[in-house]
Design a protein around this ligand. Structure first.
Ligand SMILES: [Zn+2]
Length: 173
């Protein structure tokens, strides 16, 4: 039953990219299975993305099926500081390479929060107008058409909240 509940957190047909992990991996050449387990703000402009490779999951109990970060590969445990402007530029570069919109993760519908009553809530993505396609032209400012500037910080915060669902913090630390 734990597994059923966990898989209902995001609809299975909805794509989700773990941008902090992908960016940190590309920046330092980390393994493909490296993922963050902690995000920390340092001042106004830096996010420290700390992660590791970890294939251990809880085999029982209420965390069954979730990653057991206490058993992570310490050799790959590393903090990766990423500046805000650096991450925004990286997201635009990711759009150019993937052809997908980073705000809605290529789905056309962007997350606008979650509630116990209604579950995940979505609306037509304001960056790509619901197409799910990249609107980046590769320039630092970024867009080919429309008004869709780079995501604002509230959107980034919501995205982080979604990522947190899939990357629970390590227990007992
Ligand atoms: Zn979009």
């Amino acid at each position: 039953m734990d597994d059923l509940f966990a898989s209902s957190a995001l609809p299975p047909e909805r794509k989700h990219y773990d941008f902090w992990s992908i960016h940190a991996r590309e920046k330092l050449g980390l393994p493909d299975d490296w993922r963050w387990y902690r995000l920390e703000a340092k001042g106004e402009n830096i996010t420290v993305v700390t992660g590791a490779v970890c294939h251990e999951v809880y085999k029982a109990g209420k965390h069954k099926g979730q990653i057991n970060w206490a058993k992570r590969d310490k050799e790959t445990d590393i903090p990766v500081p990423i500046r805000r402007d650096e991450h925004k530029a990286w997201l635009l570069s990711w759009e150019c390479r993937s052809g997908e919109c980073h705000v809605c993760h290529g789905n056309g519908q962007q997350s606008v929060g979650w509630s116990l009553k209604d579950g995940s809530k979505y609306r037509t993505c304001t960056r790509c107008n619901g197409t799910g396609a990249s609107v980046s032209d590769g320039s630092p400012e970024g867009v080919k058409t429309g008004t869709g500037l780079i995501e604002d910080d509230s959107a980034a915060a919501k995205q982080d909240a979604l990522s947190t669902l899939s990357n629970p913090l390590p227990k007992g630390e």
